[in-house]
Design a protein around this ligand. Structure first.
Ligand SMILES: [Ca+2]
Length: 394
């Protein structure tokens, strides 16, 4: 259960490492920070093949931040897993909680999870978010849409548009990334809820799936399993364990995802309609504790092979394709945050193959989300440190 496990305590050792790093780079920092007093007037410098990277702490004091989305005015909408949404302004000021967020099941890995702006946000101010929804029996992943009022103080007209068809007990593997496709349909990633991994192969279940729904929650007629009596029509792809990173490829418009393996076998996948991604029958991962093999091997003709697998597991979360100008040499690269390994993975693609990986910012913290900002820089959420971070060229 290493993956995505929410450990609130960043750990004394990590803190000490961070302080040491700050101390080492303090001499390299120019006097007189341009940061507002709300943000820490420190930057940390890390090496990279593109030259030194400066990591700036834009905001701090968040509790288990899970997702961030950029508003058109440059401010950030940030979720905190315990069930709060906040606005972080460009000076690093963190707002009071946005009103109107539904009750969430904030246990284990559950809570308020992803948030994205609707495709017409500038006109209708619609945001879509996912969360672990409490039920009388347990909890399930749900998705709601709402209108963010002009001041960013509250959600209005909150409507749940999707709820998973099973609500088992247990607090792990909610999946929960949201991505709008180019056609305006919404992809929703759903975990296997840990104790129910065999359901990832069951087409009559939402567990361990990627779904594709209309913005109102209805089912697109051209979904791969639509019209089949034995399958859930929302399903886009299946055989997933716990997908906590998803993004559209900037050139092809295809959905790419990554997912947590158990012990080993984290994967990056081109996530195509009607494909089986194998879990738990086909995987590179092994059982926790016993180390026993899981399933029937790591390849099978009907199972889509990952474009990359990580063994040992890095515990990936958050995903962004880079298309900005701040780092020209990174254009077309994929960035993936890591929880357990506390780093940012940079993946170099050749077409649809990953040909190289560079590990950046090692030891920085549990990186829960990574997004490209409108400024062309990369923005991160450090879950363990409760921080919003920005990466600039030095
Ligand atoms: Ca797989």
């Amino acid at each position: 259960m290493q993956d995505g496990k929410v450990r609130e305590l960043p750990g004394v050792r990590k803190r000490a490492l961070g302080l040491l790093r700050v101390a080492l780079v303090v001499g390299a920092l120019a006097a007189g920070s341009t940061l507002a007093p709300h943000a820490a007037a420190t930057g940390m410098v890390y090496p990279s093949e593109a030259g030194p990277l400066r990591v700036t702490e834009v905001a701090r004091g968040l509790e288990s931040p899970w997702a961030l989305a950029f508003l058109p005015d440059g401010r950030l909408l940030v979720t905190e897993r315990p069930g709060r949404m906040r606005i972080v302004d460009t000076d690093g000021r963190v707002s009071e909680p946005v009103a109107g967020v539904p009750e969430v099941h904030a246990r284990g890995q559950g809570g308020l999870l992803d948030v994205v702006l609707g495709p017409d946000f500038a006109r209708d101010r619609v945001v879509v978010f996912s969360y672990a929804e409490p039920t009388t029996r347990g909890a399930r992943t749900a998705v709601a849409r709402a209108r963010l009022d002009a001041d960013g103080l509250r959600l209005e007209d909150v409507r749940r548009i999707f709820a998973q068809d099973e609500d088992p007990s247990g607090n792990h593997h909610w999946g929960s990334r949201l991505v709008f496709g180019r056609d305006g349909r919404l992809f929703v990633t759903l975990g296997d809820r840990f104790h129910h991994r065999e359901r990832a192969q069951a087409l009559d279940s939402h567990l361990g799936k990627v779904l594709r729904i209309e913005p109102d929650g209805s089912v697109p007629a051209d979904n791969p399993l639509a019209g089949r009596a034995d399958a859930r029509a929302e399903i886009w792809s299946w055989g997933h364990r716990n997908v906590q990173g998803a993004a559209l490829h900037p050139l092809t418009g295809e959905l790419w995802t990554h997912e947590h393996g158990p012990q080993g076998g984290d994967e990056v996948n081109r996530t195509l309609a009607g494909r089986n991604y194998g879990w738990p029958e086909i995987t590179h991962g092994r059982e926790y504790v016993t180390g026993r093999k899981i399933g029937a091997g790591s390849e099978r003709a009907d199972v889509a092979a990952p474009v990359l697998q990580w063994t040992p597991s890095i515990a990936p979360s958050g995903m962004a394709f880079y298309t900005g100008d701040a780092f020209p040499q990174w254009q077309g690269n994929v960035f993936v945050g890591a929880l357990k390994f506390q780093l940012l993975a940079r993946l170099v693609l050749d077409g649809e193959r990953v040909v190289r990986e560079e590990r950046l910012l090692e030891g920085l913290g549990r990186i829960r989300d990574v997004r490209q900002g409108p400024d062309g820089r990369l923005w991160l959420l450090d879950e363990s440190g409760g921080r919003v971070l920005r990466i600039d060229p030095q």
